[in-house]
Design a protein around this ligand. Structure first.
Ligand code: AMP
Ligand code: MG
Length: 269
């Protein structure tokens, strides 16, 4: 598994060609084994979350980006759903409101970051401002160019101040997106998820892939790495995300705080 995971991380300055990155899992693990592993990992994640909260010195930010129907919602539900809702908050970023647009693009992000002790999950993020905004040319290219640097500096600030950052791109093919859209249209209880406007974005698929490649090249850093997850194999997608989140929490060397009293000296009357 660790071998599989290492290949998913984008190295700083690495030039990614998304056409050459698989959207399906090609390793040897069986689905049943993967599901067993995920169950065990979720229990470990629950323990690590309690430790993160008790330690209360640091926080974890997990960013998800994907094309429509890429599986952001279900990954978040499967991996973070089982955690204690008192210590984990998911935020989804929609098209900016007029008051958000009246500020710089990081303003709404900063206000939604996880406080110390918490896990924050972003369904879309500040990266929309160099993805959809770039593809639709909502701001000049010269500004997009500067934004990569602003994002890196911002993430560096967060890292230095105690927030670990993980960024996941759920990679699917255009063919697979069609399959998921068709499914949404066929199932009455899924139709609400379909937005005819998504077809305009689908038309710009190649431009989005280029914009994502730029993001990976410019903004995958040692302190805030991007991971490209083959997201059509859904059990592997969940397992990969859970594995990376769990090992990052392990790596944070969190500690239960020492009591300020001697527990053995206390007698409960
Ligand atoms: P959904 O996640 O399906 O609810 O859709 C949210 C929509 O908001 C997507 O089409 C995003 O591309 C769009 N969106 C999110 N952030 C921004 C942004 N900063 N600028 C423009 N559109 C955005
Ligand atoms: Mg959508």
């Amino acid at each position: 598994m660790n071998n599989d995971i290492n290949t998913l991380c984008v190295k700083p300055d690495e030039k990614v060609d998304l056409n050459k990155r698989t959207t399906v899992y090609k390793g040897v693990m069986e689905k049943e084994e993967g599901k067993r592993k995920l169950k065990k990992l979720i229990r470990q994640l629950q323990d690590m979350q309690e430790l993160l909260y008790a330690d209360s010195g640091r926080s974890l930010l997990v960013v998800f980006q994907a094309m429509d129907a890429g599986g952001k919602d279900s990954t978040i539900r499967h991996v973070f759903g089982p955690l204690n809702p008192q210590g984990c908050r998911a935020v989804s970023f929609k098209a900016p409101t007029s008051s958000e647009l009246a500020h710089d693009f990081l303003w709404r992000i900063h206000g939604n970051l996880p406080p110390r002790g918490y896990i924050g999950v972003f369904n879309r993020s500040h990266y929309e401002d160099v993805l959809v905004v770039k593809v639709k040319k909502l701001v000049p290219d010269t500004l997009i160019e500067k934004r990569y640097g602003h994002i890196n500096n911002f993430e560096r600030l967060l890292h230095d101040e105690g927030t670990r950052i993980l960024k996941f791109y759920l990679h699917i093919s255009k063919r697979y997106q069609k399959k998921r859209f068709v499914r949404r249209l066929e199932k009455t209880e899924k139709q609400w998820k379909f937005n005819p406007g998504d077809l305009a974005e689908r038309k710009r698929w190649d431009d989005y892939m280029k914009a994502f490649e730029q993001v990976f090249r410019r903004c995958s850093t040692k302190y805030a790495p991007w991971y490209i997850i083959p997201a059509e194999t859904r059990w592997f997608r969940d397992l990969a995300v859970a594995t990376i989140v769990e090992s990052t929490l392990q790596d944070m060397e969190l500690r239960f705080p020492k009591p300020s009293f001697d527990p053995s000296s206390i007698v409960i009357p």
